[in-house]
Each structure stands twice: as C-alpha cells, then as structure tokens.
Design a protein around this ligand. Structure first.
Ligand SMILES: NC(=O)c1ccc[n+]([C@@H]2O[C@H](COP(=O)([O-])OP(=O)(O)OC[C@H]3O[C@@H](n4cnc5c(N)ncnc54)[C@H](OP(=O)(O)O)[C@@H]3O)[C@@H](O)[C@H]2O)c1
Length: 243
C-alpha cells in the first residue's frame, strides 16, 4: 500500500537549513512532496545542501541580523506553507564569566527572533501552515552555567502559546529537543562525542541516541497535523527523566 505525499504542492522555508535538524527536515519535507527554501551563512555548505535536496531557492544571510531577515522575507516571491527556524546554538557560561553583550545577543536570538520571524510571517503563510521553533529540554535542569539557557528554555512555551494566539490562523509550535546527534553537537563535544553517545545509549529509556531524522519526523508531523498549535513537543528520548 502506498500513501500520498503529505506536503505535496506546499512550500517549506528552513532558516538554518544547510545542516543538522534543518537539513534533515528539508530532506523529509522533499520526500513528502514539498518544495523547500533553504538559508544559512556558509554559502558552500548551503549550496551542497540545496543541490542534494533540489531546493527551490536559497539565501545566504545571518538570521540574527534584523535587516537581513527582513530583506529575506521581502524577497520571497509569494506565500509559503511552513517555516522551521534552527540556527544559532546556545551560550553557556558560569555566572562569573557571563558576558553582557553575548548574553543579550543570546536572549535576542532565543526570545526576540521567534517574535520577529512571526511578525514577518504574518500575511505570508498559507492557511493551515505552521511556524516551528526549536528549544531544548536540557535547560530545564538547574546548575552552574545554566542561568541564561534555563531562563530562555522556560520562556519558550509561553512565547509560542502567545504567538499562536496572536498569529492565528497561522499555527506556531515549539520543538524541545534533548541531545540530537548533529554537526552542532559534534562541535560542542569535540573529542567527547563518542563517549556522550555511549553514555546516552546506556542511560536513555529508548536505548539509542536521538538523531536529526527523529526531529525531522516530528517537524513534518507538526506541519501536516493542522490540529496542533501553541504547544511544545519534547523530543529527547526520555533524557530529562534520567539523572
Ligand atoms: N543538537 C542538539 O543537541 C540541540 C538540542 C537542543 C536544541 N538545539 C538547537 O537546535 C538548533 C539547530 O541545531 P542543530 O544541532 O541542527 O545545529 P547545526 O547542525 O549546527 O545546524 C545549524 C544550521 O543553522 C545554520 N545557522 C547557524 N547559525 C546561523 C545564523 N546565525 N544565521 C543563519 N543560519 C545559521 C547553520 O548553517 P551556517 O553555520 O552555515 O549558518 C546550519 O544550517 C540550534 O538552535 C540549537 O541550539 C540543538
């Protein structure tokens, strides 16, 4: 038995679509019949990704640059159906080392950027579409170096719930990921990556490491299921349940 592609005729924008969860979501959306528009900062990496998935178009810019973000939305030739924002990683530091400018920039990225993207999306998203933002479950822990990420993590669900009300009928949802085996995780962990994978295989209730394909499957489900808005979806293999 075959099933019809679930995103046939739809357009998916992935801000931060040249690697990790964004690229995997683009692959999955293509497999479900969508056209994809990919963005990122590194033109070479973006070009490879776009060629691999057969992207409709690409744009090279930094999502944290408000003017560039506005120009990107203004350059879109017409409406789109769904958008996933991935992009910059977290900023962790012990309290004594937290730098004001980096901390404020991080808050702007994690709190203001979803608001700005939603503002730009209004009037450009077709009926039934969703905006998807990525948060985390790791920031629900308390500990040294966690103050900034914890605050942003706690704010995420409240933010998307309100955006979903204000931007309706556009749907707005948050994906809260635990460890996901992406290039970002490899960069953050360096030589400790394999050890971390082993530890997760041994301790997670699912007995394996969560990968970008798991997140992509959730993202595409959130695009397809038009009953879902204003909510936060944890995807961490049970990581927050174990010490
Ligand atoms: N991996 C995890 O375990 C995990 C867990 C929870 C939450 N998250 C969050 O999920 C998001 C995606 O993570 P990932 O692991 O998929 O990351 P990734 O593998 O590093 O991919 C990030 C993508 O976003 C682009 N990007 C990064 N910064 C950007 C910027 N300032 N402007 C435009 N594009 C940018 C990257 O391309 P360029 O570098 O070329 O721009 C790349 O295409 C991040 O916000 C991360 O903090 C990750």
């Amino acid at each position: 038995m075959t099933t019809a592609p679930q995103l046939a005729g739809q357009i998916v924008v992935v801000l931060g679509g040249s690697a990790g969860m964004g690229l995997e979501t683009a692959r999955r959306a293509r497999a479900e019949g969508a056209e994809v528009i990919l963005t990122g900062r590194d033109p070479e990496r973006l070009g490879h990704a776009a060629q691999e998935v057969g992207a409709l178009s690409t744009a090279v810019f930094d999502v944290t640059d408000p003017a560039a973000l506005g120009r990107f939305f203004d350059s879109l030739p017409g409406p789109f159906d769904h958008l996933l924002l991935t992009g910059p990683g977290p900023y962790y530091a012990p309290l004594t080392d937290l730098e004001r400018e980096r901390a404020l920039a991080d808050l702007a990225t994690h709190l203001w950027l979803p608001i700005a993207v939603t503002q730009h999306a209004i009037g450009r998203v077709r009926a039934g579409g969703t905006l998807l933002f990525i948060g985390g479950t790791g920031g629900r822990r308390r500990g040294a170096g966690m103050s900034l990420i914890s605050a942003a993590t706690a704010a995420g669900p409240a933010l998307v719930a309100n955006l979903a009300l204000e931007a309706a009928p556009i749907r707005v949802n948050l994906i809260a990921a635990g460890f996901v085996d992406t290039p970002l995780s490899a960069t953050l962990l360096g030589d400790g990556l394999e050890q971390r994978r082993e530890q997760l295989r041994a301790t997670l209730p699912i007995g394996r490491v969560v990968g970008p394909a798991d997140v992509a499957a959730l993202a595409v489900h959130l695009m397809v299921n038009t009953a879902l808005t204003g909510a936060t979806y944890d995807i961490d293999g049970g990581q927050q349940l174990v010490p």
